[in-house]
Design a protein around this ligand. Sequence first.
Ligand code: SF4
Ligand code: SF4
Length: 89
Amino acid sequence: MYSKNKASTAKDKPVYVTKINKELCKRCGICVQFCPQGVFIRDEEGYPVVKEQEKCTGCLSCFYYCPDFAVEVKKHDEGKNKKDDGREK
Ligand code: SF4
Ligand code: SF4
């Protein structure tokens, strides 16, 4: 059976989608520590897991601090990486 969680309702849809590429991740935990919103938890193997996506503000701390380019943050509706929005100017 399907179960709805908060992130799946239209009203609470996250603006950003955060993804971890486990093939690149070395489990350093930096993204978990630097996320100001507590979006991540770590699984039993030490990999970051997106636990509370709806809290993500798109600050990109996880994206910039990850030493292995294993984090991707996209706008939910546009499918576009926020890095392309000109934040680095
Ligand atoms: S973009 Fe910011 S708020 Fe979102 S998961 Fe990364 S560090 Fe956390
Ligand atoms: S900062 Fe990058 S390498 Fe380190 S745990 Fe997070 S995703 Fe993995």
